[in-house]
Design a protein. Structure first.
Length: 125
């Protein structure tokens, strides 16, 4: 994180954006069109992670950023829950689910590492 000048420099942010984009792609049509409430829910969950990382990055302290990173982790977990439900309902293919699930797991790991880093920096004060 030392060299991050912009939120786009953070791997966690890049991975949450990739997850958001994949979710938007797999929810653009097909059976999910018949359930706009669910489609909106999974899109909102996937979009919340990069939004919260961006807002946290703009805060003045690692402690504040860590709070937003925790919210982003929750949004990723919510996205994973929606992915499981969407697969069960056959809103998208198993392959689409696998791709999005892998992106979600990578985003979760990167965000967890970012959170650990921020907590270490925040405790030095």
């Amino acid at each position: 994180m030392t060299g991050a000048q912009r939120v786009e420099d953070l791997v966690a942010y890049q991975r949450t954006v990739a997850l958001r984009n994949a979710v938007y792609d797999i929810t653009a049509g097909g059976r999910i069109a018949g359930d706009p409430g669910f489609r909106d829910r999974i899109r909102s969950a996937a979009g919340a992670a990069p939004r919260n990382l961006a807002e946290g990055f703009g805060r003045c302290s690692p402690r504040d950023f860590a709070g937003f990173a925790m919210i982003a982790r929750g949004a990723i977990a919510d996205t994973q829950n929606c992915l499981q439900h969407g697969l069960r309902e056959r809103y998208f293919s198993r392959r689409e689910h696998e791709v999005a699930w892998t992106l979600a797991c990578r985003a979760m790991g990167s965000t967890a590492r970012l959170l650990r880093h921020l907590r270490r920096r925040g405790s030095r004060r």
